[in-house]
Each structure stands twice: as C-alpha cells, then as structure tokens.
Design a protein around this ligand. Structure first.
Ligand code: ZN
Length: 678
C-alpha cells in the first residue's frame, strides 16, 4: 500500500530549518496542464561504498526496464499512441510554434506523466487541444516510415483505429471505474481484463480458485490479465518470462542478474535471486516466498521494490500494476521510525478499536526513512511518499511488513512549495498558519510514518472473513483505517514522551491541515461537476466530512465566512481526536468483519459527492495562485565512471536532465514491448 502526499494539493509551510539551508538547487523542472514536475536530490549517495552505488545503479536499471508494461496495463492503445506522438514530436518539420502543435506537445507531456491517455489521479481521458485533422496532417508530413504501425497496416487503417481512442469522448472514457451499479470491469478502459469479460465472470473465475479453508492463500490474479477467448474459454495470461510482457520482463531479469554480484549480504542476494525465479515462472507461491525473504531483509542499506505490486488500478483490487523504487536508508531520520516500530505493540494495545479486532502480538513492523534514487513504473513520475509492503494479509500477519517514509521526496515537495501563497489563501488565521509553519513538516512526515508503519499493519481480519469482502470499497476504507490510526495517535501524549513531537501543540498542525484538505482544498484536483474518485482522496474526504458532521453539534469544527470566502475553523482539537478514534473503531470493525454494506454506506455517503458551490469557490481561489494541483518527479541520471581498463570506479549523480529530455530518452533506451500486447 502506498501513501500519496496531501502536500501535492496543499501546503506552503516552511521547513523550520532556517536560512542556512536555502541552497540554489532548482526543484522545479516543468509545468503544464494541472501538473508540475520537480526534481529530488539524494543526499548521502556520495558517501555510500562503490559496491552499494553499483547495486543501486543496476537495481535502478531494472526499475526502468519495465516502464512499457505500465503503459499497456493502463490501456491497450497507450504504447502506440505514445510512440506515434513521440515520432511527431521528434520529426515534425512544420511550424512548432503553432498553437495546435503546442497543444499536441502538452498532450504528449500528459501521456508521459500519466503513463497513458487517462489522468493519473482523476482517471478520465484527456481532452486533446488539437484536432484530428491537425494530427492527420502531422502524420502525413512525417511519413509512414517514422510511425509505429503494426505489420502491414495502412495509414488510413491506423487512423481509423487510433483516432477514436484519442478524440472520441465516448471511447474508453475512464481508466478505472471504482464504484457505481454497472459492470466495473466493462466500464474500465484499463487492460487488466480483455475479450469483453464481465465482472460476474471475473468474480466467478476467482471464487472457484479460492479455498476459504486456506490460511495462507496466494494473491490470486496478481500477475496476469484475465481474458475471455473467442471460444468463450476464460484464461489467465501470466506476466512472466515467456508469457505476456516477456520482452520487458527479460530485460528486468537481465538487470537484476547484473545487480546480484553487488548484493550487500547473503539474505539480499536471496531476495534478488527469488525475484528472478518469480519473474521466470510467474508462480505466485514463489512470489510469496520472495515477499517473505524481502520483508525479513532489514539489515541491508540498499533496498528496492520491483514488480507487480499495488492493485489500486483494478476495480476488483486483484491485478497489480508494475512499479519500482530503489533506495537506501536515511539512518538519522530512521531513529524516529525505529522508536515508533519498537513501540508497535503499545500502540496496538491502546488503540480505540474493539479488543476482538486487535493483534495480540504485532509481528515485526520494520520502519525506516529512505532516500530514493530512482522511481519507475507506477511510482513515476507521480510518486508515493510512503510505502508499506507486502500487501498479502497472511504474510503481514505471520511475518510483518516493511514500511518506509520517503523523506527526500517530502523534502522536495516542501522546498518547492515555500512561499507559494497557498496557506495565506486557505488557512483561517495566523494562529493556524503559525502552527503549520512551526510543526507542519514534522507532523506531516510523522503522520506518514504512523500511517505506513502502524496503521496498515494494525488489526486483524476475523477468521473466515474473505480479505476481498469489501470489494471496490476496500482501497478507500483501508486508506481511511491507516490515516485514522495516524490521526488518532499523532495527538497522543505518548508521542511527546517518546520525543517524536516537540510538545503537545504540534498535532494541531496536522489536524488543521487534514480537515482543511479533506473538506475543501483537495477539491482543487477535481474538475467542476465531477466527483471524488481516487482512493486516497475519497478516504480523506470520508474522514473529514464524517468528523465534521459529528463535530459541528458540539462546535468542535465549523465553516466560517470572511470577505466572501469560506474557511475551516477548528475550536476543539481534543474533541476532534475523540471523533477520529470513534471512526477508526468503526472502520476497523467493517474491515475485521468484512461488513460490505456498512463500508459501502460510509464511502457513498461521505467520500464521493462534492458540494458544487464550495467546489467552484475553491477552484476560483486556487486559480488565482497559479499553482499545479498535481506534482511528479524526474529521476536523477546515474552514470558509471570508468577507468582506462573499463572498470567502474564510481557512480555519479547528475541532476540536470529536463522532463521532455528524460521522457524521450526513456522512450529510446527503455522501451521493449510491441505496440500491441494481446
Ligand atoms: Zn496507505
């Protein structure tokens, strides 16, 4: 599971680290549509050993090799559209200052950012700012030899196939449809399913495989596409060497093999070796063995995620998108998460949920703060700020989980947002702004730590309850559970005692920002007239609305108007904490008992709908600030330095590559799949 930053939508707080730290590093790389591209630094990289640097280098290569997989997972036409537009961008000799060309460039930048033609967060298809005629002219001008046409296809046939996908709003309108009464599989444009298979057929197929008696089930469907063949048979096409996506997976395996000799120790070597086995066989039992080895490897400095991992993109929460992160431990900041994980049992024992749903013994929650050096697949360019893996419930129960906070990313967000005017516009008064300025960076990171390292790992599912019982509502409710755990505890006196917050005022910064974001400011990410879709955003609105509704009676929180503008005002932070605890208790009950109906009601009543008047106001105020509601990152470029004999003597980090430059280079150097992968 991963945490996206609420900082991407809000914030403008200082780091509290003073002027001395204000260096000349330029965090902002590019800005277009509703997106801003930043770069991040990897402080501490230079001090690593050559062996560790080489390990990071090869793991980073492995993390780039699979980029095309995600494009195809996100939609069958994404690769051919990306390559077509890249060809136009490279080759077109006409007027590149023309407005239509500029619109095409922006569209291509958005396709890169979203790994496809649908918005990475809002899920709906982009509306091109150029016409079909204009694109047709460009294709004619650059000539068929530059286009990624499948064997034997004419330009006319090509256009007939591709143009509706780009231009017709009725064709593949949404990448993933998470709710509603219709068939979610058929409504979703992504490529996790094919052949016109229905949701019912998918559910029946996997219900047959599952054995309710099995206490250690594999993650069914995790690494395959489910296809209904022409003759009506339903088959899984597994993503593995020799299977679907083999051209990319072979490259990933090749890079992992190069990484092996640089492993820091035997257990890390075993992790990488087992991952290679899994990619070769596609066997989900092998994947579980790998996940167990990985979660137990806590001594290594270098660590990574590489594989089919998160299931947010599948409406049924089974199929995983391909992603990668490569990182090393930030020891100084890890002291903080070590304190949290050392006290995991205390937090579990004192949580406000029913005793029946608590873990009697919390298994090794290992938490650390990391510095990433490369983001890939579904972590690029938009990236999480916290990750907690593995996702398998029984592995978490029996072997624990590894939880990370990515502090060089939160730091880049924070630095890039300094003085952007956001808090001046949306925060009620100087009192709250001062709280956020003073404590915001600390409490935001701490909330992520608590969310990842305790929240997701807490509680149990009662014996006999299907872990997928909450179906399409599961992701939202799981994120709510983790966020509530963090919100409840960030105000606990225990945190002051443990030295994690400087005093008993600090939590108010997080409470204010969370409520403001969930009730109001996260709406800057949503177009007028649309509803909240993404699981983390739904979770935040669910919590904030529910707590607002219960809290307004006792005047704990209210809306206030000042000079025609709406603000969130919190009067009673203590009462708010009680409410966060009460909601945590209910969400945990829903999860533990698999109470689908109650979960559905919470999400549908609180998480989805938007007040159109408030929404319009927030959008107008935000527009005045000229900020971007979504952010992503370019990677630093890692280069091998060689001596005359060709031996690698160092790995250097280069932070100068631009966004378009990087995307075009990745398209040249890390693109291995055919345009269609059926
Ligand atoms: Zn999470």
């Amino acid at each position: 599971m991963m945490t996206a930053s609420i900082l991407t939508a809000c914030t403008g707080q200082g780091t509290g680290r003073g002027e001395a730290d204000r260096e000349t590093f330029d965090y902002v790389v590019d800005q277009f549509a509703d997106l801003q591209v930043l770069r991040y630094r990897a402080p501490g990289f230079e001090a690593l050993s050559l062996q560790q640097k080489q390990l990071l280098y090869h793991l980073s290569e492995a993390g780039l090799m699979g980029r095309d997989i995600l494009f195809d997972q996100n939609g069958r036409y994404n690769l051919i559209i990306r390559r077509t537009l890249e060809a136009v961008y490279r080759e077109y000799g006409g007027d590149r200052e023309d407005e239509q060309f500029k619109a095409l460039e922006t569209y291509l930048k958005r396709v890169w950012f979203s790994n496809g033609i649908h918005h990475h967060y809002a899920e709906d298809k982009f509306v091109p700012g150029f016409t079909p005629d204009y694109l047709a002219g460009c294709l004619q001008a650059i000539g068929i030899s530059h286009l990624p046409l499948p064997e034997g296809q004419t330009l006319d046939a090509f256009k007939a196939e591709i143009f509706p996908v780009i231009f017709d709003p009725a064709v593949m309108p949404r990448r993933t449809v998470q709710s509603g009464d219709g068939d979610l599989i058929q409504a979703s444009a992504n490529h996790y399913y094919a052949g016109g298979i229905t949701q019912k057929e998918v559910e029946d197929f996997y219900a047959k495989l599952k054995n309710p008696e099995d206490d250690t089930p594999v993650s069914y469907g995790l690494n395959s596409r489910l296809v209904k063949e022409k003759d009506g048979r339903i088959v899984e096409k597994v993503w593995r060497v020799g299977g679907l996506y083999t051209e990319a997976i072979e490259r990933i395996v090749g890079a992992l093999q190069k990484a092996l000799p640089f492993a820091e120790n035997e257990s890390q070597k075993a992790v990488i070796g087992k991952l290679i086995d899994y990619y070769r066989t596609g066997d989900l039992k092998t994947f579980d063995e790998y996940a167990i080895l990985w979660v137990n490897d806590t001594a290594s400095v270098v660590d990574f995620v590489n594989g089919f991992t998160e299931t947010y993109g599948d409406p049924l929460g089974m199929k995983a998108s391909w992603e990668s992160t490569v990182n090393f431990t930030n020891w100084e900041a890890t002291k903080r998460t070590k304190v949290i994980s050392d006290n995991a049992q205390w937090f579990e024992d004192h949580s406000p949920v029913s005793e029946r749903f608590k873990k009697k013994s919390v298994k090794g929650v290992s938490a650390k703060v990391i510095t990433v050096v490369a983001l890939g697949g579904d972590c690029y360019p938009a990236t999480p700020i916290g990750i907690n893996l593995p996702n398998s419930n029984w592995i978490r129960r029996d072997h624990g989980s590894k939880s990370v906070t990515i502090e060089n990313i939160t730091e880049a967000y924070d630095k890039a947002a300094q003085g952007n005017g956001f808090d001046e516009e949306f925060v009620w008064s100087d009192t709250e702004r001062e709280l956020i300025r003073k404590y915001g960076f600390i409490t935001d990171n701490l909330h992520t730590d608590l969310h990842e390292c305790l929240g997701h790992g807490s509680g149990i599912i009662l014996p006999g309850v299907d872990p997928d019982a909450l179906k399409a509502y599961s992701a939202t409710l799981e994120e709510a559970r983790a966020d509530l755990f963090g919100l409840y505890y960030i105000a606990d006196p225990k945190l002051v005692e443990l030295g994690l917050v400087p005093d008993d005022e600090a939590y108010k910064a997080e409470y204010y920002r969370f409520m403001m974001n969930g009730l109001m400011t996260q709406l800057v990410r949503i177009e007028q007239g649309k509803e909240v879709e993404e699981a983390h955003m739904r979770n935040r609105q669910l919590i904030a609305r529910w707590v607002y509704e219960k809290g307004k009676a006792g005047n704990a929180v209210e809306w206030k108007r000042k000079e025609g503008k709406t603000y969130v005002v919190i009067h009673d932070y203590v009462q708010l904490r009680v409410l966060f605890g009460a909601l945590l208790s209910e969400v945990q009950r829903i999860r533990s008992e698999g109470d689908y109906e109650a979960g559905k009601r919470l999400v549908e009543d609180y998480a989805v709908k938007v007040d159109p008047v408030l929404h319009a106001e927030v959008l107008a105020r935000y527009a005045g600030l000229k900020l971007s509601p979504y952010k992503g990152f370019v990677n630093p470029v890692m280069r091998e330095v060689k001596n005359k004999k060709g031996e690698v003597t160092d790995i250097r980090m280069d932070y100068t590559e631009g966004y378009t430059e990087q995307m075009l280079r990745y398209g040249r150097e890390y693109s291995f799949l055919p345009v269609y992968n059926d």
